[in-house]
Design a protein around this ligand. Structure first.
Ligand SMILES: NC(=O)CC[C@H](N)C(=O)O
Length: 252
């Protein structure tokens, strides 16, 4: 869990953005947006409970400031999760969708795939697809009306998935390719089932930074002034104000 958080911080650093680790509820008051990274959602929930972070995290979501949940973070953000350990786990909620915690199976069924994401490409440019790294990954089973689907993984019909997942494919009776939702957006909430910080492609990060800048600008928390620009791989400039640098915290 910590490793993923550190990797995520490295991507932000590469992009010239300051990330801070959130360990106490009051730290959430001074940040413009929040990334809830991957890990193991049951353990993360226990830690969040122990540090009394759930009420502050829910309040943060309600402020409308951008929150990005990736992998276990996506599970955290979902209104509903299935496939949980006995006794379930507390969720932050806010993202109107149902996720399956281990949709693609166990650790050894982790995989990588090229996935199209038209909305990401329209904002960040670059190749039509991104490389999705799925590690014991969740998937979104259904979404509410206000949720935009940003990426779907066309599960190859030869793939035999985890027996208790929503899709079961028997070899003697192959079903046609099924599209599984792996990235969603609802207002300022972003959810991804994969690990973008494990690839060299910064576009999901710059996409979220753009959301952060836009939200901060519209709520007038950024002064006009000297600004530097981040040029993501896609080529589109992302303007980040240098005077009041945006803190992008990693909750882990
Ligand atoms: N890579 C991940 O974050 C895996 C998440 C894991 N399936 C969970 O339940 O938390």
């Amino acid at each position: 869990m910590a490793v993923v958080g550190v990797l995520a911080l490295q991507v932000l650093r590469r992009l010239g953005v300051k990330g801070v680790e959130i360990r106490k509820p009051e730290q959430l008051e001074s940040v413009a947006s929040l990334i809830i990274p991957g890990g193991e959602s049951t353990t993360m929930a226990k830690l969040a409970e122990y540090h009394n972070l759930f009420p502050a995290l829910r309040d943060f979501v309600k402020t409308g400031k951008p929150v990005w949940g990736t992998c276990a973070g996506l599970i955290f953000l979902a209104n509903k999760a299935v496939g949980q350990k006995t006794g379930g786990q507390e969720l932050v909620g806010g993202l109107d969708c149902t996720v399956h915690r281990n949709y693609f199976g166990s650790q050894i069924q982790s995989f990588e795939a090229e996935i199209p994401a038209p909305e990401l490409v329209s904002k960040e440019g670059g190749p039509e697809t991104f490389r999705g790294v799925f590690i014991r990954a969740p998937a979104v089973l259904d979404v509410g009306p206000g949720v935009e689907v940003l990426a779907e993984y066309p599960v190859p019909s030869t793939n035999v998935l985890f027996s208790s997942s929503a899709v079961q494919i028997q070899e003697e009776n192959p079903v046609p390719e099924k599209k599984v939702i792996v990235a969603v957006k609802q207002g300022n909430l972003l959810g991804t089932a994969f690990h973008p910080e494990l690839t060299a492609d910064p576009r999901w990060h710059t996409y979220f930074l753009r959301m952060t800048v836009e939200a901060a600008t519209s709520s007038n928390t950024i002064d006009a002034g000297t600004s530097s620009s981040i040029v993501p791989a896609g080529g589109t400039d992302l303007i980040i104000d240098e005077k009041r640098r945006i803190d992008l915290p990693i909750f882990q």
